[in-house]
Design a binder for this molecule. Structure first.
Ligand SMILES: [Fe+2]
Ligand SMILES: [Fe+2]
Length: 186
């Protein structure tokens, strides 16, 4: 699939200008991070373009489509079905966009909550999604700079910043994110 064809199909699938613009910025940012950190820019761009295919599905559809495919739904996801857009998005990338690269599918699966032991591509997509220029929070630009030369340092700092933001809003932290925080000593 050419990049133009991919863009057209993702745009049609997402059908909201605002979300599609985030997807394109995430793909560009992921490609840039891959370039600066010696990873595949092709994989990074593809993961970025396909990471939010299920992001706008309502909670009932997320739960239903995950159940139908046997995608595990833990207690945290039951209470916060929005997080299911990551593993479901990976399945849609496989089923409807023909992606078979396990590295790309893994990055899509982990982009929202993170996980213990993330691959380089997992880390690139997680950071690109969190740090793309459309995101609006105090540390963004500083973290984006760190990410260009030290992915693990940026991952630690971004996980810590996510944890602090969640705690200050009195929100629970997902088990996968807690596992990532522990694994990376964030
Ligand atoms: Fe997402
Ligand atoms: Fe996203």
């Amino acid at each position: 699939m050419t990049h133009t064809e991919l863009s057209r199909r993702v745009r049609a699938h997402i059908s909201q200008a605002h979300r599609y613009a985030h997807v394109v910025r995430t793909a560009r940012f992921a490609e840039m991070l891959a370039y600066h950190n010696g990873a595949s820019t092709t994989q990074a761009r593809l993961a970025g373009m396909l990471h939010d295919l299920a992001r706008l599905y309502p909670a009932t559809r997320l739960l239903e489509e995950c159940e139908r495919r046997g995608i595990p739904i833990d207690a945290f996801a039951r209470e916060n079905p929005i997080v299911l857009h990551a593993p479901l998005g990976a399945e849609i990338a496989r089923e409807q966009f023909g992606v078979i690269d396990p590295a790309v599918l893994s990055a899509i699966r982990k982009h929202t909550l993170g996980d213990a032991g993330m691959s380089r591509l997992d880390t690139i997509l997680y950071l690109a999604d969190a740090l793309e220029p459309g995101r609006d929070y105090a540390d963004r630009a500083a973290l984006a700079n760190i990410a260009q030369h030290d992915l693990n340092a940026a991952l630690r700092a971004t996980l810590a910043s996510t944890r602090d933001a969640m705690l200050s809003r009195g929100r629970r932290i997902a088990p996968q994110t807690l596992a990532a925080l522990a694994f990376y000593n964030a």
